[in-house]
Design a protein around this ligand. Structure first.
Ligand SMILES: *Cc1c(COP(=O)(O)O)cnc(C)c1O
Length: 451
């Protein structure tokens, strides 16, 4: 039997309406190198979205491959309770050295959702350990995304895709997001004063006593549609968290490890968060790993005699897997050896300038970017910003056209985006952008004719 036939017989794919595979079966990839994926069909695809936002230095990077091979010869996996190992120790030390100064402890797990669950549970139990048992809720934002496990979903945006689970979500508070293209208070960024902070202020003023902390993604709502927002908003959230003594939980699962042009998006500010959630790019995109960084203050609230019952009873089997942590150390070494961020700093202005050109397309309502990330929000009517209907599936149509032309433009609803491995070269970026432009141009012409 052909492999893809077997795939469809046995595998249920993530985020996939399996009926769509009748028309578009999964593409079998045989190998990958740099920013290219090689299909069994003989075709080559640019990994335009870094294989779900995790690839950093290109696929099968020799340095990371070497680290994985030598680690697997030595120690494959051990439990992290009562035992430890060198790559986990060195990685924890390294992460603390590059993270915001407030953070001094690393709690490992194995993916992004678990790094968020860990932060939420630590924040919750912190207050519990202090006897503040009335603190039970979290404040989060519309358009936010923190993972697909129940705890993480509960603090994510409530939308048509997860609404059916609403009953399972513990109660929390959700504030309108700083979505500048569709400003919730009807302002324009150039002249606004971040008035949209009022949504958070309003909830906190009334409810601070029951709130453990505020969770959000710094500077970009990733899965919410690559919505880039002003750093002043984040600074105001931080001020509110400090003023009302709430934890600030920053989810850098997507933005961490160079994506925004700095190692962490938080570095665009002087914010010292209580928690930093990391995953995706942490191993350069090779193996699963999660990490939740926190402060001495949080750690101390759990540190006591065993009988006081303040222990954090939480963990995952593959916590700090030695091979994953070794891959992560190697990836961080590549950042230094290849001066990844310095190289990106040269490409970023060119990238942004070329993205601006997309504004002239009638299909493109908004162009958003920060660092090595860019997105286009496609709209049916540019003047009224009217979105396409769900049945039009414009994002999916662009995706299919992209595949024909060797690009992976897996959309977020009607948002098409670029999230390339950071090692991308200027020529490759130019080629990719020109192809996307021509695809969007052809759809713009089609929709004009339809009108
Ligand atoms: C992807 C993502 C997560 C979830 O990570 P998984 O490894 O897919 O569980 C959490 N937060 C943000 C911001 C993400 O982008």
């Amino acid at each position: 039997m052909e492999l893809v036939e077997k795939d469809l017989r046995y595998i249920w794919h993530p985020y996939t309406q399996m009926k769509d595979t009748e028309e578009l079966p999964p593409i079998l990839i045989e190998r990958a190198e740099g920013i290219k994926l090689y299909g069994a069909n003989g075709r080559v695809y640019y990994d335009t979205i870094a294989s779900w936002w995790c690839n950093v230095h290109g696929h099968c990077h020799p340095r990371i491959k070497e680290a994985i091979k030598s680690q697997v010869d030595q120690l494959d996996h051990i439990l992290l309770a009562g035992f430890t190992h060198k790559p986990a120790i060195l990685l924890a030390e390294k992460l603390i050295s590059i993270a915001p100064k407030s953070l001094s402890k690393v709690f490992f797990s194995d993916n992004g959702s678990t790094s968020v669950e860990t932060a939420l549970k630590l924040s919750f139990q912190y207050w519990h350990n202090l006897g503040r048992v009335e603190k039970k809720r979290f404040l989060s934002l519309e358009y936010g995304y923190h993972g697909d496990t129940l705890g993480a979903m509960a603090v994510s945006d409530l939308n048509p895709f997860n609404k059916c689970f609403e009953w399972l979500f513990y109660g929390g508070y959700k504030a309108s997001a700083p979505y500048c293209y569709r400003c919730p208070v009807g302002k324009i960024r150039k002249t606004c004063n971040i008035e949209c902070i009022e949504f958070i202020e309003h909830i906190v003023k009334a409810r601070a006593d029951e709130i453990c902390g505020i969770i959000l993604e710094p500077l970009v709502f990733g899965a919410g549609g690559m919505i880039v927002y002003p750093k002043e908003y984040l600074e105001k959230v931080d001020e509110i968290a400090l003023k009302y003594n709430l934890h600030l939980i920053l989810d850098e699962v997507a933005t961490g490890f160079g994506r925004t042009g700095k190692m962490f998006a938080t570095e665009y500010t002087h914010i010292q968060p209580d928690f930093l959630c990391l995953s995706k790019g942490i191993t350069g995109g090779t193996l699963p790993l999660g990490a939740t960084l926190t402060t001495e203050k949080i750690y101390s609230a759990f540190y006591d005699d065993y009988s006081k019952q303040k222990t954090f009873y939480h963990g995952h089997t593959y916590t700090a897997n030695p091979i994953s942590t070794a891959a992560s150390l190697a990836s961080l070494q590549v950042f230094e050896e290849e001066e990844t961020l310095k190289r990106c700093a040269k490409i970023i202005p060119i990238f942004h300038e070329r993205l601006e050109r997309f504004r002239e397309l009638s299909l493109v309502g908004d162009v958003r970017y920060i660092g090595m990330l860019g997105g286009f929000e496609l709209v049916k009517d540019k003047k009224t910003k009217e979105p396409f209907s769900l049945s039009e599936r414009i994002g999916y149509k662009v995706y299919k056209e992209g595949l024909k032309r060797g690009l992976i433009l897996r959309p977020l609803g009607d948002v098409i985006y670029l999230f390339p491995p950071l090692c991308i070269k200027e020529e490759e970026l130019t080629e990719i952008l020109e192809t996307i432009y021509s695809i969007l141009l052809s759809f713009s012409l089609q929709s004009n004719q339809a009108i």
